[in-house]
Ligand binder design. Sequence first.
Ligand SMILES: CC(C)(COP(=O)(O)OP(=O)(O)OC[C@H]1O[C@@H](n2cnc3c(N)ncnc32)[C@H](O)[C@@H]1OP(=O)(O)O)[C@@H](O)C(=O)NCCC(=O)NCCS
Length: 257
Amino acid sequence: MNQEKWVTKITKIEKGKISVRGYDIKEMMEKLSFGGAVFLLLKGELPTEAESKMMEAILVSSIDHGVTPPSSFASRLVISGGNPINSAVSAGVLTIGDFHGGAIEQCAKILQEWAKKEENIENLGKSLVKDFISKKKRILGFGHRLHETDPRTVKLFEIACKLNFSGRHMDLAKAVESELERQTKKRLPINVDGAIGAVISDMGFDWRLGKGFFIISRVPGLIAHAYEEWTTQKPMRRLADLSYEYGGAEERRIHSR
Ligand SMILES: CC(C)(COP(=O)(O)OP(=O)(O)OC[C@H]1O[C@@H](n2cnc3c(N)ncnc32)[C@H](O)[C@@H]1OP(=O)(O)O)[C@@H](O)C(=O)NCCC(=O)NCCS
């Protein structure tokens, strides 16, 4: 039977030789930063110096955000139950969704779809916000439970401007931020997910890689949390350690039916 071969264009492995996108791993180890190597993997070509610096900034920006986000919390709970570190880190990664970290993907999708339209940015921002508000949908990449202005967004945009990655997607994100405040009367800042979504869009990345960016950035944080929980805390962290109260039915009896 003539079976088609499974073709991959990422990495060629031969005895004693590994080439990623055609470049020898030994040369990459000497000449590329981690961010630069990630760029090569995802885009298929070597980054320019500016692209490499931008990648580094993106990957550092989301490296950790304390114990409270779902991902670090989940990693700590799973390791405290007596599981290996790989299970703990996987549990953290599984929490990444549209509202945590994964907002990069959907924000980049929204920005890429809307920025294509032939309209000036200010009007696009207005229509985009109106559209989402009328459908009672949240615009992913905006809002933060703690930061009124996300310091990571400010720095990422500053670096992107310096390196010439401030294009139509970043402009649209800024227009959406001010329009959201005008239409909802709430301060919903561009959060780090939104900022990464805008910058990777201006760098020409497909929105489908959005969650990948967050995972690559946050896994070191999850490992640090799991390791700290494992080596410094008592096993089996319980809900009793946290603030909660019972809000269900009062005590009752089962009557014979
Ligand atoms: C991040 C987030 C969960 C923080 O939420 P929060 O500060 O706890 O705020 P709440 O979920 O209580 O929302 C408060 C109000 O703002 C609105 N709101 C919050 N984020 C919004 C958004 N991105 N777009 C539109 N409205 C939003 C909510 O609908 C709510 O309105 P209401 O008071 O009329 O019900 C929230 O802003 C959000 O869902 N953002 C989108 C997802 C995202 O970007 N996640 C990445 C976080 S780094």
